[in-house]
Design a protein around this ligand. Structure first.
Ligand code: 5GP
Length: 193
C-alpha cells in the first residue's frame, strides 16, 4: 500500500510514542496528527507540541462544531480527540498521515474513513508491558493499574487491525512500519536502533 491515512494504536507502554517520533525523524514528509486533550500537561509537556491542552468547555465546543474526526474518554478519565481539519488538509496535500490514537478512536475512524489503514502495535508479552508501564515512572500506581486494565481490552481487539506489529526490537518495528506505509526504507534495524 502507499500513504493515505494510517491509524497506529496499541496499549499504553507499548512504545507508540517512540516509534512515531523516530519515524517522523527519518521521514519528515510524514505528517503526525496533534491531538487535543482535557488531560493536564505532564511536567515537560508543551501545549501545541505534545497535545493541544483544552478545558472541558473548549473540548465540548470542538465536539459541538463537528471539529473532531474522532474522540474518546481514555483510561476512564480524560477526553482525547483528533482535530479533523488538519488531517483533511495534510491528506489533501498528499502527505502520509499518522494518527496515534486509542482503540475506541480507531473504531470511529474506521466508520468515518473506511479507506484508512490500521496498525496495532503489540508488546512481546504481558510481563514486558507491565514492566514498561511501571518503569516509566510518569503515572501513579492507580493510573498504572487503570492503564493495564485498558491494555487487556485493547490487546483482545488486535485482530480488528490490518496489521499487528510486535514491538520487540525497535529497529525491526520501524522497518516493518516503513514498509507498511510504502515509504523509502530507512533500515532502522541495521543501524542498531
Ligand atoms: P497519554 O495520556 O499517555 O498521553 O495518552 C493516553 C492514550 O491516549 C494513548 O494510548 C493514546 O493512544 C491515546 N490518544 C492520544 N491522542 C488521542 C486522540 O486524539 N484520540 C484518541 N481516541 N486517543 C488518543
Amino acid at each position: 500500500m502507499t500513504h493515505g491515512i494510517t491509524v497506529i494504536s496499541g496499549p499504553a507502554g507499548v512504545g507508540k510514542g517512540t516509534v512515531v517520533q523516530l519515524l517522523r525523524q527519518a521521514h519528515p514528509e510524514v505528517w503526525v496528527s496533534l491531538s487535543a486533550t482535557t488531560r493536564p500537561p505532564r511536567p515537560g509537556e508543551v501545549d501545541g507540541q505534545h497535545y493541544v491542552f483544552l478545558s472541558d468547555e473548549e473540548f465540548d465546543h470542538l465536539i459541538d462544531t463537528d471539529g473532531l474526526l474522532e474522540w474518546a474518554v481514555v483510561h476512564g478519565r480524560h477526553r482525547y480527540g483528533t482535530p479533523a481539519a488538519p488531517v483533511q488538509e495534510a491528506a489533501a496535500a498528499g502527505r502520509p498521515v499518522i494518527l496515534e490514537i486509542d482503540l475506541q478512536g480507531a473504531r470511529q475512524v474506521r466508520e468515518r474513513l473506511p479507506d484508512a489503514h490500521f496498525i496495532f502495535l503489540s508488546p512481546p508479552d504481558w510481563t514486558t508491558l507491565v514492566g514498561r508501564l511501571e518503569g516509566r515512572g510518569t503515572e501513579s500506581s492507580d493510573q498504572v493499574a487503570r492503564r493495564l486494565e485498558t491494555a487487556r481490552v485493547e490487546l483482545a481487539a488486535a485482530e480488528e487491525f490490518d496489521e499487528v506489529i510486535v514491538n520487540d526490537q525497535l529497529g525491526t518495528t520501524l522497518d516493518k512500519l516503513v514498509s507498511f506505509l510504502g515509504l523509502q526504507p530507512a533500515m532502522f534495524a541495521k543501524d542498531g536502533c
